[in-house]
Structure formats: structure tokens, C-alpha cells
Design a protein. Structure first.
Length: 455
């Protein structure tokens, strides 16, 4: 059991867990990523890796207090090495990276520092009009500060195997590298609480925080000196899974939070539009440990829930929450694969999420209650085992009823090893070219072909 004095603090490093054969785990990860259509550009050595996050601390520690300013104002910047894998020898991004820290607002509207990466493309924009900006929210890479996308772009692969199996690939680097080569400027947010060094934890899957962090990343990119962006150029939001939730939240919040942005479209793949509907699907899933991310995200966004959440957990649940709060995705998956959720709670989980305050908190994160700005493209597999397909359909229908321009694409890949989330992960790559074509058309002013009433 985790002592309560430590439970509410953000742990600095993963706990050492029982050792597993490293060779078998390496084979498992490489095989899984290969099956997902991803080339792993690395020669695996079985020597223990020692990742040193110390050099990041100076940049990623927010000033206290924050300097005066408004959302999107830059706090600090520095050049960022961009690599596809640690050596930097097996391919490269055709652009220049800048690490950024900028002002944004959190779940309760308080000012906060958020980090990310802006990438200036080397190639010209071949399309119509000024160079477009893609504000990009990745899938969840984990809750530990070492898992932040801006650090993974810098490292290629994060590995610290002396503390278990703290390994994480920059899974979306292929999309970013391709879009960059096609002339898109890209800004990738770490999101509120992720990456920053200190007591703050990620406000995971929070509609307000996710949307504002992505919107203000776009503003920060426009505020950077020496880029090829025009002062009021076109912007689109892009996201997958939790990043899809953030992209759709940004589309909903733009009208009131950022009317200054010229938003031309939003793309979301397998977006978690209804957090309450996701909880049953997590049970017995390879990523069952993401329940810890959900709980920690609620604690971070709404501090009054911190102690009640700890009180609701069994000793096993407390261990799970403490561990997952500092891990990257692969270790969370391996440590808690296919676990059932109820043994982590000392009361009925269904009752817990069906009653306030958690019922209202989960409801606030739902996407679909506000008309989005600009056209939206949603893509999801019909048999997605991690997030219910029907919930995305419900969100799309709600938006259509409000007069939104919505295109919904259903991927029909049949169910395969369902609890391993193949149907959540693989379709994004299968439909990648279709998705990039849709977003390119928005910047080129091509008319949309919404299919409201047909999905």
C-alpha cells in the first residue's frame, strides 16, 4: 500500500517491479508495432538503458509565478533536435524544431504553463494560400513527464529499462514527418500538466484543458518569430484517441475562447468523445491501466476529488494509481494488461461513476453538446474495443443536429484480438492517406461532402 502522504504527490520515477525476460518483451513490442504497420528504426541491444531526464528540468520547470500575459503568449523557447530514433541516422524530419513553453488555461480557467514543439518545414507549401498550421494532439503516451511528445520528438525513443520497462516510441512520428514533408507547419502540444517538471499532473481527457492547450499552441506558433506563418493564417486541429478528444474540444471551444483563429477544419480518429462510455470498455483491456490515467486526470483537474478518489481504492488500486501516474504507455500496458477494474475499488465501480461528483465530472468531458467551428472529419473502426463506436456516432449526430458540417468515415476492419486494441490502433494507419487528403482539401478550399444522416 502506498503511504497516503506520498499518494497525492506526483512520483518522480517508476517503482521497480518484478523483472521479466527483457528479450521476450522486446520481441513483443517490436512485433506489435510491426503488426500495426510501423517500422521500428532501431537495432535493439539488451544492455540496460539509463535515460537521464535531468537536462530537461531547466526548460520544463515553469516559472513561479508565471509572467504576465495572455493565452498563447510564449514563456520560453529553445531549439529542439528532431529525430525518428535515438541515433538520428535512420531518416530525418525535413524541418526545424523549436521547443516551446506558452501560457494557456487549465480545467478551471486558471493560467498555466504548457509545453510543446513547433516544427517549421523546409519544403514550401504547394497548395493554395498561405502556409497552413496544423495544431496536433497526439494519442496518450503516458502520464510520466518523460512521456511528453516534445521529449519524444527530441529522443526518438524513450527507454529507461533500469526501472522496469519504461519504454515509449513516438508512435505518430510517421504522420508528423509526412505532413511536414508536404509543407504543413505543425505545432504539437504536450497538453496541460504533461512534460512540465514539478508537482503538476496531466489533466488527462479533460475537455476544457485539452481544448485550450491545443488552441493556445496554435496561438503560440503564430507568436514565434522567424517562421513562414502569416499572422492570421489558416489552422486545423488534428488528434487521435485522447488527442482526438482534445481536437474536437478545441473545435467546440474556438467560437468563444479563440475567435481570433481562422479554423478551417478538425480531424479526429477514434476520439474518446464520452468518457463515461469508455470505462466499461477499459475493463479487461490491454490498456486497463489507463483507468489510472483517468483517475489521476480527474484529481489533477479537480483537486477536491483527490482524497475521495484515494479513499475509493483498495490497496491494489492505490498501487495501480501511483504506478500508472508516472509511467509511459508500454509499461502501463504490460504491468496491468487485461486486468478487471473492480478489484481496484472498495465499492461498486458502476455506482461510483453513476453518482455525483463523478457522474457530473465525466459528463462535462463529453463532446457533442456545442457546435464546432468549421467542418469536422471523424474516422473510427466499427469494432473498436477501446472506445465504443456508437458514442462517436452519437456525437456526430448531435453536431449534425446543431447544423455542423460533419463527415464520418467508418473503417470496417473486422475485429482482431479485440482486447489488444488492434481495432483502435491499426485503422489510423490504414486510413492515414484518406485523413491527410481531407485535411489538405480544407486548406485548399475544396468543398466538403458532409454525410449527416447517412452514418
Amino acid at each position: 500500500m502506498i503511504p497516503q502522504a506520498d499518494a497525492s504527490a506526483r512520483p518522480a520515477r517508476p517503482l521497480h517491479r518484478r523483472q521479466r525476460p527483457l528479450r521476450a518483451l522486446v520481441v513483443l513490442v517490436v512485433t506489435t508495432l510491426t503488426c500495426l504497420g510501423m517500422v521500428v528504426p532501431i537495432t535493439v541491444h539488451l544492455a540496460v538503458a539509463h535515460a537521464d531526464e535531468g537536462p530537461y528540468e531547466a526548460f520544463y520547470t515553469p516559472p513561479d509565478p508565471l509572467p504576465p500575459g495572455k493565452p498563447g503568449d510564449l514563456i520560453r523557447t529553445e531549439p529542439s533536435r528532431l529525430v525518428l530514433e535515438p541515433s538520428g541516422q535512420l531518416g530525418s524530419f525535413v524541418g526545424t524544431g523549436t521547443r516551446i513553453m506558452y501560457r494557456s488555461t487549465d480545467a478551471t480557467g486558471e493560467p498555466v504553463a504548457v509545453t510543446g514543439t513547433y516544427i517549421e518545414p523546409d519544403n514550401p507549401w504547394p497548395g493554395a494560400g498561405p502556409r497552413p498550421l496544423l495544431a496536433y494532439a497526439t494519442m496518450p503516451y503516458g502520464m510520466g513527464e518523460q512521456c511528453a511528445p516534445s521529449r519524444l520528438f527530441n529522443q526518438g525513443i524513450h527507454a529507461s529499462l533500469d526501472t522496469g520497462f519504461d519504454l515509449m516510441f513516438n508512435i505518430e512520428e510517421g504522420f508528423v514527418a509526412t505532413l511536414l514533408a508536404r509543407g504543413f507547419a505543425i505545432v504539437v502540444t504536450d497538453g496541460v500538466g504533461l512534460g512540465v517538471h514539478g508537482p503538476m499532473s496531466p489533466q488527462f481527457l479533460n475537455r476544457q484543458a485539452g481544448g485550450t492547450a491545443l488552441i493556445d499552441a496554435a496561438r503560440a506558433a503564430f507568436n514565434l518569430p522567424g517562421t513562414s506563418l502569416g499572422p492570421h493564417g489558416p489552422v486545423a486541429f488534428w488528434g487521435w484517441l485522447a488527442g482526438g478528444h482534445a481536437a474536437m474540444a478545441a473545435a467546440e471551444l474556438t467560437a468563444t475562447y479563440a475567435p481570433d483563429l481562422h479554423v478551417v477544419g478538425t480531424y479526429a480518429n477514434a476520439p474518446l468523445t464520452d468518457l463515461a462510455a469508455t470505462v466499461p470498455a477499459i475493463d479487461g483491456n490491454f490498456l486497463a491501466g489507463t483507468m489510472g490515467w483517468v483517475l489521476r486526470g480527474i484529481q489533477a483537474a479537480y483537486p477536491a476529488t483527490d482524497q475521495p478518489i484515494w479513499d475509493s481504492l483498495t490497496p491494489r488500486g492505490k498501487e495501480m494509481l501511483a504506478n500508472t501516474s508516472r509511467q509511459c504507455m508500454l509499461q502501463t500496458g504490460i504491468d496491468y494488461a487485461f486486468r478487471h477494474l473492480q478489484p481496484w475499488f472498495n465499492s461498486d465501480l458502476g455506482q461510483l461513476v453513476s453518482n455525483d461528483p463523478f457522474k457530473s465530472i465525466l459528463a462535462m468531458q463529453r463532446i457533442g453538446n456545442t457546435k464546432p467551428t468549421g467542418p469536422v472529419y471523424i474516422s473510427q473502426n466499427r469494432f473498436d474495443s477501446f472506445f465504443p463506436y456508437t458514442s462517436s456516432i452519437d456525437t456526430a449526430n448531435d453536431w449534425c443536429a446543431k447544423g455542423a458540417d460533419v463527415t464520418f468515415w467508418t473503417n470496417e476492419q473486422p475485429p482482431f484480438l479485440n482486447k489488444t486494441d488492434v481495432n483502435s490502433l491499426l485503422p489510423a494507419f490504414v486510413d492515414g492517406e484518406r485523413s491527410m487528403a481531407w485535411i489538405t482539401d480544407r486548406f485548399n478550399g475544396v468543398p466538403t461532402t458532409p454525410n449527416c444522416g447517412q452514418f
